[in-house]
Design a protein around this ligand. Structure first.
Ligand code: NAP
Length: 525
């Protein structure tokens, strides 16, 4: 089976034998993809000339109706998405839910909050700015949807959520989307697009799909297009510095990799509620999606005197978890996505173990449930410990994109902040402490290098939303190494798909124009 591309409102098969999509547990080929020979230039043109205008004829409120219908269609096909997740990602039910239910929830969330924008077609930002002595001539800022295409280049680990969290705000903005899922796991995004197209919800050209490497994609972007990339920092650098992107100042949003941290405060000792909550969170983060989340905890900073106890508590839980084929209901940890990722994880682990002790795991021939180690792509959940985090380099720099985390001992607040900042820009850090002044010092010390900080104290307890969980109402993204991008944050996500401009003119004209706009304060509320 070769999965076709969806371009210019038609399904088009790519040329050649294509690349195989593989079951990471059995090694069986599931399908093939190819984007070879497809007319990308025509696809962009069609999206700009048909999809965009048809979407922008509608108001924000009418476009939320489209999102609501997409949400319904995706919900109706949820079981099939779980089946594909199991086959193509080896996903357990919890893994599949994180991606698929997260995708559906995000789509429905935008369908709900978009209603506040009513029948508007653009945003009016701020008050009239008088520019003449008598006040007849003034300035007014507006935000208008861009007339280009939103190009999504996505990572392999979130084929469903990665598509929906980007598509929902773009479509709500009135901007057509062209999604290029990562090749190894393109099937799930393909199936979602297929279901949306079949349900005939969107105007032709409002959604396009490319399955395959499509390395010439960025040659076709123009000034009014947007590139929203999620993936590794290396590929991000290539996308950002692409000659056509640079020459045309194409707007680029980058979500890249990240060495995220969890921090145990000095006040939290073994046996305390926060100590227990952190243990639970570390185990969840390491094992959910086999640690293949951009937000996963990679470093755990722990007061030196608690290092051993925390290591033992996490190791005890990891040792009771079955790793293997998720068709076996006892399995709670699945594989990484393919043999190449497995090799990359093992190589990264070697770099980390050069600076760390192994607390648990790091065994290349560990027991697997219902899977052949020769054919499958598993990595044993592995906990490491670093005694000298100030001298370590790899611990703060090497992202092992699998079920691997490192405990790092700290002696005082100053060292803790210095070491946390060595992630050079992260998506998220979580802090477990009941000491408000410690929380404040940490937030002030690391806030500028993080997109999100999760503070957990005893009053919150288990009610926190989770270190690795991205909620659509809050900002997702991070500075520096994490890519510098910003996604979600409710209606703020629409800013990426709008352009700000100012009209300077007669007050009457400005008032008439303003009547077409929704108050931009709604974006920030
Ligand atoms: P990747 O290898 O960087 O690939 C990401 C995407 O870029 C894929 O669709 C890939 O296509 C495409 N691509 C590669 N080279 C390209 C080029 N020259 N021009 C245009 N597109 C190109 O990343 P990955 O291995 O799929 O994903 C894992 C990484 O993503 C991890 O480092 C993780 O931390 C990061 N991630 C970050 C976030 C976030 O929100 N910050 C979320 C998820 C994952 P092909 O697959 O066809 O090569």
């Amino acid at each position: 089976m070769k999965l076709p591309n969806y371009l210019c409102g038609e399904w088009v098969e790519g040329a050649g034998p294509g690349e195989p999509l593989v079951d990471p547990v059995t090694g069986d080929e599931l399908a093939r993809i190819s984007s070879q020979g497809v007319d990308l230039s025509a696809a962009f043109e069609f999206a700009r000339s048909h999809g965009g205008p048809a979407l922008r004829q509608l108001s924000y409120a009418r476009r939320t109706d489209l999102l609501a219908k997409i949400g319904e269609v995706l919900s109706a096909n949820r079981d099939e998405y779980f089946r594909i997740s199991l086959l193509n990602l080896g996903a357990t039910k919890a893994d599949a839910s994180f991606d698929v239910d997260g995708a559906i929830y995000t789509m429905k969330y935008y369908a709900k909050i978009g209603r506040a924008l009513a029948e508007g077609k653009m945003f009016k930002e701020g008050a009239l700015l008088p520019l003449s002595k008598t006040g007849v001539f003034a300035g007014q800022h507006f935000l208008v949807p861009t007339q280009g295409v939103a190009v999504f280049i996505n990572a392999f680990n979130f084929p469903a959520w990665g598509f929906c969290e980007k598509a929902a705000p773009a479509l709500l903005s009135g901007v057509p989307v062209l999604v290029k899922p990562a090749s190894p796991t393109a099937w799930l995004a393909h199936k979602m697009v297929e279901d949306i197209v079949k349900a005939d919800i969107l105007p032709r050209g409002a959604v396009s799909l490319i399955c395959g490497s499509a390395r010439e994609l960025l040659d076709h972007v123009r000034e009014e297009d947007i590139v929203s990339f999620t993936g590794s920092a290396d590929t991000a650098a290539r996308v950002r510095s692409h000659a056509n992107v640079l020459r045309r100042s194409v707007r680029v949003n980058i979500e890249a990799d990240s060495i995220n941290s969890a921090i145990l405060g000095p006040d939290s000792t073994p046996g305390s509620d926060l100590f227990g909550l952190l243990v639970k969170e570390i185990v969840k983060e390491m094992t959910l999606k086999a640690g293949q989340k951009c937000t996963t905890i990679r470093r755990i900073f722990v007061p030196r005197q608690q290092l051993k106890a925390l290591g033992e508590a996490v190791a005890a839980q990891l040792s009771s978890m079955k790793v293997g084929n998720a068709r076996n209901p006892e399995v709670s940890v699945g594989p990484v996505v393919n043999k190449a990722q497995q090799a990359a994880c093992l190589e990264g682990m070697k770099k980390l173990t050069a600076e760390c002790k192994v607390v648990f795991g790091a065994n290349e021939s560990f027991p697997l449930a219902d899977a052949d180690p020769q054919k499958s792509a598993f990595v044993q959940p592995t906990l490491l410990a670093c005694e000298n985090g100030l001298a370590a380099k790899n611990v703060h720099n090497v992202e092992v994109f699998g079920p691997v985390a490192t405990l790092v001992a700290y002696d005082n607040l100053e060292d803790l902040i210095v070491m946390t900042r060595r992630g050079r820009g992260s998506l998220v850090a979580s802090v477990f402490s009941n000491d408000p002044s410690f929380l404040q010092q940490v937030v002030l010390g690391i806030g500028d290098l993080h997109g999100r900080i999760v503070a957990v104290d005893s009053s919150v307890g288990a009610q926190h939303t989770g270190h690795g969980n991205v909620v659509p109402s809050c900002l997702h993204g991070g500075p520096g190494r994490a890519g510098g991008g910003e996604e979600l944050a409710g209606l703020r996500a629409l800013l990426l798909y709008h352009r700000r401009f100012v009209v300077q003119g007669p007050v009457n004209t400005l008032n008439e124009l303003s009547a077409l706009g929704v108050d931009a304060n709604l974006i920030y509320s």
